[in-house]
Design a protein around this ligand. Structure first.
Ligand code: 5GP
Ligand code: ZN
Length: 114
């Protein structure tokens, strides 16, 4: 089982900030900003590359959950960033789709080739 599936199953602890039948959101263990939340589908999908066409609604729900959490954590007015890494060259570390919600400070560009 992947590490995020273990968090879903409550086998390893996480600071959960939202949960419903399909989605779990929890604080990133190594936050890059004052607010750094990971929003994941409870269905194990390794990456965006593994999505099926029928997962479109589920992925939309991740984004809507991000909007709701941004309001809850009071970062929607100033703005924030949503990020999904895909695969090795995208820098994806955990093989279970996760949408990063990052905010609470001015963010600058960080894409580098070296
Ligand atoms: P990626 O690089 O795959 O886009 O992001 C993986 C994220 O998961 C990283 O920001 C990392 O800090 C976070 N992470 C990895 N393992 C754990 C964990 O066990 N618990 C929590 N809360 N976050 C984790
Ligand atoms: Zn998983």
């Amino acid at each position: 089982m992947c590490i995020f599936c273990k968090i879903i199953e409550k086998e390893i602890p996480a600071e959960i900030v939202f949960e419903d039948e399909e989605i779990l959101a929890f604080k990133d263990a190594r936050p890059l900003a004052p607010v750094h939340i990971l929003i994941i589908p409870k269905k194990h999908i390794a990456s965006i590359d593994n999505l099926e066409d029928t997962d479109a609604l589920l992925m939309g729900k991740l984004i809507v959950a991000a909007r709701t959490l941004a309001r809850k954590f009071d970062i929607s007015e100033k703005g924030y960033r949503l990020l999904i890494r895909v695969g090795e060259w995208g820098g994806q570390e955990v093989p279970h789709i996760h949408l990063h919600l990052i905010g609470g400070a001015q963010l600058y560009e960080e894409i580098r080739l070296v």
